[in-house]
Design a protein around this ligand. Structure first.
Ligand SMILES: Cc1cc2nc3c(=O)[nH]c(=O)nc-3n(C[C@H](O)[C@H](O)[C@H](O)COP(=O)(O)O)c2cc1C
Length: 241
């Protein structure tokens, strides 16, 4: 099993400890690739839109973005982690996700994403963990990922791991281990089922792309959809078509 982890903070704090508890359940036989932000994708999107226009390899940050993308596309399981920073994901995670705007379904989604499984781990002191997970889930779901589990925790005590009561840590660990156990029972050689919501988004965008292609057959996103056969009868969740 290949696991790619995108850590929204470089700090070895609470978020890191929760992620480690989760990964410890899956380590045996797994090949784990981890990225730490901002270290592994340190720059903001400059809004040049070169990626949207079809040349993501010309992005000033392509060296970082393409390395992360390759690891994500090769993975059987994607793991994203983030503490809540003012009710949202860390700026570093948001900066990384911005670089993948061109992979949103209305543009050029990667077919592989439609069969992926993902786990999002977030935590906050008191409030904001759910909206933090949503920041990440919005991108994943618009990339085409249907199977997304969220483990979101409220510390309600201390933000220093060593000061969090043992009982509370046990509750966190139980939830993380339950999610890991579900993954262990899953046959990861088979792509995840694509949900109706994802299919609905796909068909809505397909209609949009069909119209755009009629107006301009050279339109970048239309050409991509057409080349994949999605304007025709092929679907990204049916690999052997
Ligand atoms: C800049 C900043 C903003 C934060 N904003 C929130 C917040 O909106 N809600 C909350 O409950 N906790 C907030 N926290 C606490 C974090 O979500 C988290 O619990 C804490 O940083 C410990 O996690 P860590 O050790 O992984 O960094 C914030 C922390 C920082 C540093």
């Amino acid at each position: 099993m290949k696991i790619t982890v995108i850590n929204g903070t470089e700090k070895h704090g609470v978020t890191y400890r929760l992620k480690e508890i989760f990964l410890d359940e899956l380590r045996s036989g797994a090949e784990i690739t981890e990225f730490y932000l901002p270290r592994d994708c340190p720059n903001f999107c400059a809004g040049c839109t070169v990626c949207f226009r079809g040349s993501q390899d010309k992005c000033k940050d392509a060296q970082y973005v393409q390395k992360i993308e390759k690891a994500m596309l090769e993975a059987d399981l994607l793991v994203f982690t983030s503490p809540a920073y003012v009710f949202h994901t860390t700026g570093a995670m948001k900066a990384m996700l911005d670089h993948f705007g061109y992979r949103w379904m209305p543009h050029r989604p990667a077919a592989e994403m439609f069969g992926k499984r993902a786990v999002i781990i977030t935590q906050c002191l008191g409030a904001g963990g759910t909206s933090t997970a949503k920041d990440i889930k919005d991108s994943l779901s618009w990339w085409g990922v249907s199977n997304i589990s969220v483990c979101s925790f409220k510390l309600m005590s201390e933000i220093d791991w060593d000061k969090i009561p043992a009982k509370r840590k046990d509750q966190f660990a139980a939830k993380l281990r339950k999610t890991a156990a579900k993954i262990k029972r899953t046959d990861l050689t088979k792509p995840a089922r694509t949900s109706l919501t994802t299919k609905f988004k796909f068909y809505a965008v397909r209609m949009l792309q069909t119209g755009l292609g009629k107006d301009d057959p050279e339109y970048t996103d239309f050409k991509y959809w057409n080349a994949n056969g999605w304007i025709g009868s092929k679907r990204p969740w049916k690999r052997n078509d």
